[in-house]
Design a protein around this ligand. Structure first.
Ligand code: OGA
Ligand code: MN
Length: 295
């Protein structure tokens, strides 16, 4: 095994690693999978450069890390989908590969990815890992930023730690899209996107480190007045996403970036609306709803 993992930024030895000596298209050994999983536990974000893969190869790689989610959180379902149900369509193109018009519903819904979030925190059992493969990238813009939610927890003052330690939030895509003024959901979507409870502070099952579990989908806190809850969540998000805790990824085609949704948030950044940006995401499901996990 030639696989090695090093910090991307030596100043941040435990957040965002770069992996070399592995060929995802060729398939990986159980030893390589174990080294990557251990790297995820340490770095929370891993970058693999120069991985030209198709969806089948991405799915085979992803399955080494647990059972996969289906893309029930996508706005485009059924015959209109461009990609299979086990691949999230992180693009601005239609089924024929054409850039979506400005007022297209899929495009407007996907602008929600530009708010800081953790994938599938709106599902009862949220996401463990996400794996995002860059197929087509615009000539500038469209970076993805990642925030270390372990560092965010560690640096809270003791009074705030005590305040938030046992709080439970409701998460729903109706909230994150509502923040942007997107509210034309069908009755079926309102049912599919019904709120789910999530702990605000969670413990990583292997490292035992605590982290803040924030996401743009969180719109209320159990037992709190809504304005006070949203103000606290904003405050915590501002703290958690300060530059010292953020890694910014500048994409090159054939990059694959993998992140731990239990311990990070991420967001997309703006890019020219007339250029194609096409990434494919596979998602490993977590083991259980956060309220059923050890705190
Ligand atoms: C995602 C996501 C951000 C981006 O794939 O889950 O939020 O930069 N992507 O496209
Ligand atoms: Mn996302």
């Amino acid at each position: 095994m030639n696989l090695t993992i090093a910090p991307i930024d030596p100043a941040r030895p435990d957040f965002a690693g770069i992996v070399s000596g592995v060929d995802i298209a060729a398939g990986i050994s159980p030893q390589e999978a174990a080294a990557i999983e251990a790297g995820m536990d340490r770095f929370a974000v891993l970058v693999f450069r120069g991985q030209r893969i198709d969806d089948a190869q991405q799915l085979a790689f992803s399955r080494h890390f647990g059972p996969l989610e289906t893309a029930t959180g996508d706005i485009v379902q059924g015959a209109e989908r461009r990609l299979a149900m086990d691949v999230n369509d992180i693009s601005n193109v239609d089924k024929d590969g054409r850039v979506l018009p400005r007022d297209d519903r899929k495009r407007l819904f996907s602008l929600g990815n530009m708010l800081w979030h953790s994938d599938s925190s709106f599902k009862a059992t949220p996401a463990k890992f996400s794996l995002l493969s860059a197929r087509v990238i615009p000539d500038h813009g469209g970076n993805t930023e990642f925030a270390d939610m372990r560092a965010a927890w560690d640096t809270l003052d003791d009074e705030t730690k005590a305040l938030v330690r046992d709080l439970v939030c409701d998460h729903t895509q109706l909230h994150s899209r509502g923040v942007l003024g997107f509210s034309d959901f069908t009755d079926e979507e309102r049912r599919r996107f019904a709120p789910v409870p999530q702990r605000l502070v969670r413990r990583h099952p292997v490292t035992k480190r605590l982290s803040l579990f924030l996401s743009s989908h969180a719109g209320s806190i159990h037992g709190w007045p809504v304005p006070e809850a949203r103000m606290l969540l904003r405050d915590l998000t501002e703290h958690a996403t300060q530059p010292a805790f953020v890694y910014r990824h500048t994409w090159t085609p054939n990059d694959l970036v993998m992140w731990d949704n239990r311990t990070t948030m991420h967001r997309a950044r703006r890019y020219p609306a007339d250029q194609v940006r096409d990434l494919h995401r596979t998602t490993v499901a977590d083991s259980a709803p956060t309220l059923q996990q050890a705190a």
